[in-house]
Design a protein around this ligand. Sequence first.
Ligand SMILES: Cc1cc2nc3c(=O)[nH]c(=O)nc-3n(C[C@H](O)[C@H](O)[C@H](O)COP(=O)(O)OP(=O)(O)OC[C@H]3O[C@@H](n4cnc5c(N)ncnc54)[C@H](O)[C@@H]3O)c2cc1C
Ligand code: FES
Ligand code: FES
Length: 1338
Amino acid sequence: MSCPPKSDDLVFFVNGRKVIERNVDPEVTLLNFLRKIVRLTGTKYACGRGGCGACTVMVSKHDPVSAKIRHFSITACLVPICSLYGAAVTTVEGIGSINTRLHPVQERIARSHGTQCGFCTPGMVMSMYTLLRNHLQPSEEQLMEALGGNLCRCTGYRPILESGRTFCVESTDCQKKRTGKCCLDLEGNDSSSLSRESDICTDLFVEEEFQPLDPTQELIFPPELLRMAKNPEKQTLTFHGERVTWISPGTLKDLLELKAKHPEAPLILGNTSLGPAMKSQGRVHPILLSPARISELSMVFKASDGLTIGAGCSLAQVKDILAEQVSELPEEKTQTYRALLKHLKSLAGQQIRNMASLGGHVISRHCYSDLNPILVVGNATLNLISEEGTRQIPLNDHFLAGLASADLKPEEILESVYIPHSQKWEFVSAFRQAQCQQNALADVSAGMRVILEEATDTIKELSLSYGGVGESTIGAHKSCQQLIGRPWNEPMLEEACRLLLEEVSLPGWAPGGRVEFKRTLVVSFFFKFYLEVLQELKKLDSHHYPEISDRFLSALEDFPVTGPRGVQRYQNVDSHQSLQDPVGRPIMHLSGLKHATGEAIFCDDIPMVDRELFMVLVTSTKAHAKIISIDLSEALELPGVVDVITAEDIPGTNGAEDDKLLAVDEVLCVGQIICAVVAETDVQAKRAIEKIKITYKDLEPIIFTINDAIKHNSFLCPEKKLEQGNIEEAFEKVDQIVEGEVHVGGQEHFYMETQRVIVIPKAEDKELDIYVSTQDPAHVQKTVSSTLNIPINRITCHVKRVGGGFGGKVGRPAVFGAIAAVGAIKTGRPIRLVLDREDDMLITGGRHPLFGKYKVGFMNNGRIKALDIECFINGGCTLDDSEQVTEFLILKLENAYKIRNLRFRGRACMTNLPSNTAFRGFGFPQGTLITESCITAVAAKCGLLPEEVREKNMYKTIDKTIYKQAFNPETLIRCWNECLDKSSFHSRRIQVEEFNKKNYWKKKGIAIIPMKFSVGFAATSYHQAAALVHIYTDGSVLVTHGGNELGQGIHTKMLQVASRELKLPMSYMHICETSTATVPNTIATAASIGSDVNGKAVQNACQILLKRLEPIIKKNPGGTWEDWIEAAFEQRISLSATGYFRGYKANMDWEKGEGDPFPYYVHGAACSEVEIDCLTGAHKKIRTDIIMDACCSLNPAIDIGQVEGSFIQGMGLYTTEELKYSPEGVLYSRGPDEYKIPTITDVPEEFNVSLLPSSQTPLTIYSSKGLGESGMFLGSSVFFAITDAVAAACKERDIVEDFIVKSPATPEQVRMACADRFTEMIPRDDPKTFKPWSIPIA
Ligand SMILES: Cc1cc2nc3c(=O)[nH]c(=O)nc-3n(C[C@H](O)[C@H](O)[C@H](O)COP(=O)(O)OP(=O)(O)OC[C@H]3O[C@@H](n4cnc5c(N)ncnc54)[C@H](O)[C@@H]3O)c2cc1C
Ligand code: FES
Ligand code: FES
């Protein structure tokens, strides 16, 4: 291969240090550069698409136009390193460190408990830090905006926001006033028994202890860069890579010359469109032209008739420019600017808005574009320039559709965009609806403009433009033309809708799906526009124009983005408890500060090992097929490729017979692993997988849906059944019977740290060291052992910390560990395997989708007498945990209700989809939705409120569960009553009803849900744990136990336990890692019992040690700890002890249908209130109150964090997280763009969590409870509040109650359920006449 020509030097700064890169490869991103070249691993990879914010860093540049330094956050995964010429990059390591000085942002996020697994934390820190570099005292709105592009899967965002709020203008010294009011003033507090108790705390941290923000301590912009910026080099810079050359001209003239010379070369600005496209299509542009140094493209001209904005301006700059115009000009002139501003607030996250350019946005012509429809109706003009000169073209549909006659010529570039002022009697509006409010691509976006004849309501000009409903932005020209001259009134509205639906037609199979919803939005948006204009007319001339009825006015308001507020309450420790004893106190996560500085090491942060190779997996593209041949030859010839690992290379067992590690002969799903490429670098390995040719022969049957599985009798295991009473007889005696269906979609774990493993073969005795991100290292160790056919004692698995697991890292890491181990043994070299987000989502499976049928018999007073539920879960192609999930589902279905006659049946379907697996709550969140839906159905039939039926049927006294385990509902009832009380439920129910009477297009809903959650595994052998505690001769203590740190704070809790037992401050103690060499044969850290069982083991070890020390202490009571340890050593007393907990007994006899499967229950209740927009399906979460019975919490900050985090994750399951599969079984949703986990803007506006005081459980360590999973189901209170609001809309519209429940309650579901004149207008397709874009698998 010929050597690339010599490149210019790329000069930029990282954390104040000059970087000169010679021979830089333009394909290298800043993220790769930071992590792999300069080894700054604080910046994380989590999606690679700009959608999660984990890789956020700050870039500072001198802005030639304003002559100021601009600091802005960006996502390093999308930034080509070459674009950084002359820039200063600041990473999380550059702002503070544990060893030197912490930055206040780092300190505060950690001390406010804003970190759990810590994987998102460096990104959060950098978003906040950048905000503070620009605004020393930001507003809360700015804080929300800054964090809108950062995802966190653990915390539920509240504590992160709280830490940021300490910098805000509104922040007060009073902790309690973080809520906006003193917590004692909050509505409903006075009446509650909780707040009346004097030992209730609401402070989880002490703001006064935070160090102040001192801007003089910040890194300055490097003077050398400032000099460079002030005397810019005019010469063209060229960086040659292996496949791509980056050319950055210094003048516009040179740029135009280059464009003429390389007309096919794209201009690269933010790379937010080009980058993802190149990645997903595997496309390479040999030449990239970077206009970053051309100041002409960043110019802004304000003229008397409009505004010209340089194409190189970022969308964030465009937002500021427009805001300035809006503040300077009269309202009538800024209609288009206001509409653009509205969408610029919700378009992507702040980082993308900082990077993406106006030119890139316009030229990318994405069909979902938020801005193009507005620019089209606003009559924007594109100013083009080439060597030939300048010319203008209209930004219209023809341009956006890419028609050659309306497009740029290849040698032209876009210099700027001209957006004219609007005028009097002109009205412009913008609309969009996405899966969630912020950081989500719109399903449909629209720009609408009308000019009326002066002082009349006659349409003079009308333009309507839609995004998301075709391959490009679409204009409704014909409809608009036909409406000219019509008065702005109801008949016009009717006619417009008819015309629009004809013109903006969308076929049933349209890509992106949600076809009927999109059709409905087309007309619903127009209706909103119609009302908006009427309202504006009314403002202009109140006599002349008709009044909009108050009931309809609610159609107009958009839901504002507001930061959540709330109070967290917990019981203070006993006043007699020693100050040194940390149990029960809100101690910060042990790694909190390290998370915040980026110094916490995750698996892929471990430096490269000598001779290390990278592994990439090759997966099946067929759902069910015979493998005819695998041709590896081309891949093996590529540079850097060392080997391809196939099933034949496995020395031992290739997984189980029906669940192979690497496919042999046959594949059972798209995404099944067939082989793995091993190469010197990740880039080489990724290039090689494209060259592997696999031929298949399709096999029958191919089953994806639960329905098809039932038809084909395709199940993974036998039916699980529990029965109580006499169901048939009971059905005979009831007043009414209702039958219904519940469909619950699956859920992706979306742990921020994807699956990762490093396998290092050692020189001797076939030993292997494995560093792996897992919840179950012993399982990885065992699987590697059987795969390699070597004894378990040669393999050591190490887990330092895991960047989120949620059940997804129980079983799967063993598969990746074993395949990587085969590669390591075959090549004799260390192997690193780091899954891309796309592969992780494709391969690993998630929560089981569920389909349930119920029949419920009840009396007219709402008392349920008989309940028969049959449910099916979609298990995917192998058994995995599906049998256990089915069992748990059935065992937990009754939730909090005592119904005398019950029959629960469940089966796991075998389908040709990736195998589904354990997920927080393990079947409970899906199954119990059926039970709660029955309650809602019964309430509807009886004309009662759901909460009345819930209360009526709840356990009231000590009783037996369906599996005949004794159950005492006392704390359950306390939680329920406390929640009713704390949330002022009954008065708010009345207010909700009042609101609904007054508003037709917006409806509120409120719901309260009780929860009885059983903790632990249903088998005794799972309830055991061990710990190893060493005391060293200096008195320091090393604690090791069998639990893994997943972010749930288990290590922190374990040291709290050790500290109490040894009566020694936590500062003496350390936990290094979880390792199979120190504590063997561990149980997966799952099922909420990690801290329980390991805590008991740690306690045991400490007690053994203390017992040994007792004689010494007795002899020298005034001595210090160090004295005693020294004496113990002298006296040959062992200072190391193994603790063991022979855990709870648990059993379940499925034959008899009885047992004691669970050691204890966690009780809780949640009340949520929402408001829905019946026209768009959007909702806003007004308030949530959670009461959780944590008994004597080991650490209230951690436990409240678990409750909040799991609640928000549950809320995601039930509202926004939707997996989409093609009819061929290919998962479409493989990244944060398509799969929407909650963002910071999704948290309820008021979010209160209280741990129930004064409850006890004798079984567990210090009477604490495991809260890892239970909060998940409480997220369903949001779902039922939405259902409640939808029911109110349906009632008003006389729509008969539908007993088919579908989760998640996406905007699509909500909009289509609120049927009205617009849903009636849309054309409906016969599903038999086309192949849909996606299929429902539940
Ligand atoms: C995570 C994420 C979320 C997003 N969310 C949204 C959203 O909610 N709504 C929405 O509307 N969009 C969204 N986008 C899309 C985003 O708005 C566009 O990707 C962005 O505006 C493109 O700008 P850029 O500067 O990055 O373009 P680049 O990727 O740098 O370039 C894109 C194309 O434009 C051409 N080009 C750029 N400038 C010029 C010029 N001056 N003259 C000629 N050609 C030029 C290039 O040749 C290239 O072909 C999102 C993108 C990401 C990554
Ligand atoms: S890794 Fe860069 S945004 Fe997700
Ligand atoms: S703490 Fe945010 S993702 Fe784990």
